[in-house]
Ligand binder design. Structure first.
Ligand code: NAD
Length: 461
């Protein structure tokens, strides 16, 4: 049998790659990780973590301005402001702590670190700079990059940025146009509007967050509109010219002026310089093709995270990594993409898992749907946040949980319960039979399950 430098080589140290490399080493596999840039990938450097640092301050400033609602005196809302330079320093400090932590964890778990850009020489060999590494199994975890659409022309003197640059702004524009009402567009629109920027979102579809249950995304849009964000739905952006965004809406050509334009129409898998085509790896559009076990068409090469184009979320990447490892270690594991929670960090927050109502109907035929408004939940009243609801979708016959969609405060901390319940194939009865502590916002989830399964909840008529 051929001998290799490593049993497992992981390419890319984002949340998918670094967690998988650590786990591989913990399972006793001789493992290396190759990273050309910072540890932590998009998530830690220009994604999940830095956005949430900025959103934390945006939420805090908004709460401080509202202090009088909570009987706190002496706060002049007009005098409260954000020092963007200090906020950038806080963000960089947190990112540095976490990326340093990743490096320490890799080292502490005896994962060999190879700094440089990996490229396939053959199906078991990688070049990293002028070094060559061989591995029995290779896991590609190279992530994604911002998609700059060729169908939107940028002309004249235009300031068009991506989420990467938006995270580094240390001064704010007066007016911002956001192209794309997906998760990135919506989170940034929320953030900058809370910081005082006049924001307009232009979205091609007739709803924002097209992947979210429409009942929830429409509640979220109305809430953001009340907070001052403008939305143009059904707007097909064609050109940005001298900072004017030109778009087609209802067959008419329109434009809006902005000082800064954020392009947020998606991300594309990153396979640049990898020579994946060269060794014969199959692609599905721009993504590396994988089966449910995360294998590519070359069985000992796996692709996890954004690069396989399935679900571009950090926790999906890590879970895919664990699934790939189980397969590498001789077990059998498959991904279930219908049970992945997803969280959107506006206020109130959105958290969902499973199918939308329409998709659930399509799949199961007969379904039961239950809702519980946070306005009827004691803790939400205490928190001063009664907007939104919990929505539960069940299989009518079996009580199987098909989808749970939450729009309310703290809901991103609550969806884990449902993720565990779905992974363990618990039914509605079992969720209802488990104790939701009082007083918590989470009680609303138990009540929504009662509304769906039993036709009535206790604390709502
Ligand atoms: P997206 O695909 O989610 O949304 C892009 C939006 O742009 C779509 O709604 C699309 O209809 C719209 N669009 C496309 N062309 C347009 C045009 N010409 N004019 C107007 N609108 C147009 O992409 P994204 O928001 O950039 O996010 C990229 C990825 O990152 C997603 O997979 C997302 O899930 C992930 N992400 C997740 C989180 C989170 O979970 N909190 C946060 C950030 C990013």
């Amino acid at each position: 049998m051929a001998s290799y430098d490593y049993e497992i080589a992981v390419i890319g140290a984002g949340p998918g790659g670094y967690e998988t490399a650590i786990k591989a080493a913990q399972l006793g596999k001789k493992t290396c990780i190759v990273e050309e840039k910072e540890f932590g990938g998009t998530c830690l450097n220009v994604g999940c973590i830095p956005t949430k640092v900025l959103i934390r301050t945006a939420n805090l400033v908004s709460e401080i301005r509202d202090a009088s609602k909570f009987a706190v005196e002496g706060v002049d809302p007009a005098a409260v402001s954000v020092d963007m330079k200090k906020l950038q320093q806080r963000k960089s400090g947190i990112v540095k702590t976490l990326t340093g932590g990743v490096r320490a964890l890799l080292g502490g778990n005896r994962v060999a670190i190879e700094k440089g850009k990996a490229a396939f020489v053959d199906a078991h060999t990688l070049s990293v700079g002028d070094k060559t590494i061989t591995a029995e199994n290779i896991i590609i975890a190279t992530g994604s990059k911002v998609f700059m659409p060729p169908f939107i022309a940028i002309e004249g003197d235009s300031r068009v940025i991506t989420s990467d640059e938006a995270l580094g702004l240390d001064s704010l524009p007066k007016r911002m146009a956001v192209i794309g009402g997906g998760v990135i567009g919506v989170e940034f629109a929320y953030l900058f509007s809370k910081l005082g920027v006049e924001v307009t979102v232009l979205e091609l579809m007739d709803q924002i967050l097209p992947m979210v249950d429409p009942e929830i995304s429409s509640l979220a849009r109305k809430s953001m509109e009340q907070g001052g964000v403008s939305f143009k739905l059904g707007a097909k952006v064609k050109t940005v010219k001298d900072n004017c965004v030109q778009f087609e809406l209802d067959g008419k050509e329109e434009e809006i002026a902005a000082d800064l334009v954020l392009m947020a129409v998606g991300r594309v898998p990153n396979t640049e310089g990898l020579n994946a085509e060269g060794i014969g790896l199959a692609f599905e559009r721009k993504a590396i093709q994988t089966n449910e076990r995360l294998q590519t068409n070359i069985p000992h090469i796996y692709a996890i995270g954004d690069v396989n184009g399935k679900v571009m979320l950090a926790h999906t990447a890590s879970h895919e990594g664990m699934t790939a490892l189980e397969n590498i270690c001789g077990g059998y594991a498959e991904m279930d993409y219908d049970k992945i929670p997803s969280c959107i960090y506006i206020t109130p927050e959105i958290a969902s898992i499973g199918l939308t109502e329409a998709k659930a109907k399509e799949k199961a035929g007969k379904i039961k749907v239950g809702r519980f408004p946070f306005a009827a939940n004691g803790k939400s009243l205490i928190e001063g946040s009664t907007e939104g609801m919990a929505k539960v979708i069940l299989d009518e016959e079996t009580g199987e949980i098909l989808g749970v969609h939450l729009f309310g405060s703290h809901v991103t901390e609550m969806i884990g319960e449902i993720s565990a319940a779905m992974a363990s194939e618990l039914t509605a009865e079992e969720v209802i039979g488990s104790i939701h502590p009082h007083p918590t916002v989470n009680e609303a989830v138990g009540e929504a399950f009662m509304a769906a399964w039993l036709g009535k909840s206790i604390n709502n008529l």
